[in-house]
Design a protein around this ligand. Structure first.
Ligand SMILES: Nc1ccn([C@@H]2O[C@H](COP(=O)(O)OP(=O)(O)OP(=O)(O)O)[C@@H](O)[C@H]2O)c(=O)n1
Ligand SMILES: C[C@](O)(CO)[C@H](O)COP(=O)(O)O
Length: 232
């Protein structure tokens, strides 16, 4: 099928900003690890045929157990990541056999089915897409001494989320180029952009947070609890 879609879910980080002994992707939300909440969103999505989960070496075993226990049968591989997010994504890409790839953070469990669909459709029409929200604050560029340098026009600023969707062959080329040039980016789109791929933004929701610091857990608990109440 020429539009098959695989997902690389990266979960090999240590969560230093969260500061918990347990890596944040394995903390429980209503009794279930955050990473399982994230996997379930893609497991149930009709567009997704294959999932590769990238995790820490010491976590592969328990992740494989969850894949069985939660019947996540789209998970084709659970593999070990690298030192930086970019290295983890690269390893995941090498495992996929689909035409399209979505890269998603394991700690963004609140992405909606409709957002995944919109990202897929935009990538089909534009070539590549990223989910994002317009920034709400005024942003300033500041130098190392704390002096304000400039105030960029907020109307052109977006906070970038995942999923980020590309043709697998395009993203692999972009990753190879970045590796060759020693470029390290904080997202996948930045690698694609520098290799000349046009990336289009899909407006998402402020609820699709990346669970990063302790206050994000309060929001996550609240969100999961309210969903449970909605379904009662
Ligand atoms: N070497 C790495 C680093 C990060 N990630 C993943 O990339 C996503 C986004 O990264 P971030 O939130 O920054 O996670 P951590 O690196 O774990 O957090 P911190 O920077 O606070 O240590 C997370 O799902 C994380 O597990 C990864 O797979 N491999
Ligand atoms: C890819 C990403 O989620 C876009 O917001 C993010 O850049 C990855 O995490 P980090 O906070 O930059 O490490």
């Amino acid at each position: 099928m020429s539009n098959s879609v695989g997902v690389v879910i990266v979960a090999a980080g240590r969560g230093t900003r969260m500061g918990t002994a347990e890596s944040k992707q394995y903390l429980l939300l209503q009794g279930k690890p955050i990473i399982v909440h994230t996997l379930e969103v893609f497991q149930r999505h009709k567009r997704i045929s294959e999932i590769v989960l990238v995790t820490g070496e010491e976590d592969v075993h328990r992740c494989k157990q969850w894949v069985q226990a939660y019947k996540l049968d789209k998970v084709a591989a659970v593999i070990t990541g690298g030192a930086q997010r970019q290295h983890s994504v690269r390893r995941g890409l090498d495992e996929l056999n689909t035409h399209w790839v979505m890269v998603h953070d394991g700690v963004r469990p609140f992405v909606q089915d409709s957002e995944i669909e919109a990202c897929y459709e935009r990538a089909q029409s534009a070539g590549a897409s990223v989910l994002a929200v317009p920034v709400k604050d005024t942003i300033k560029q500041v130098d190392s001494e704390g002096k304000v340098l400039s105030t960029p026009d907020r109307r052109s600023l977006w906070a970038i989320q995942t999923p980020q969707t590309f043709r697998l062959s395009d993203l692999l080329s972009a990753y190879e180029e970045a590796e060759r040039d020693g470029f390290l980016g904080t997202d996948d789109s930045s690698l694609a952009e520098r290799s000349g791929i046009t990336v289009s933004v899909v407006e998402g929701s402020y609820k699709n947070i990346k669970i990063t610091t302790p206050e994000d857990l309060d929001f996550a608990e609240f969100t999961v609890r309210s969903r449970g109440e909605e379904h009662r």
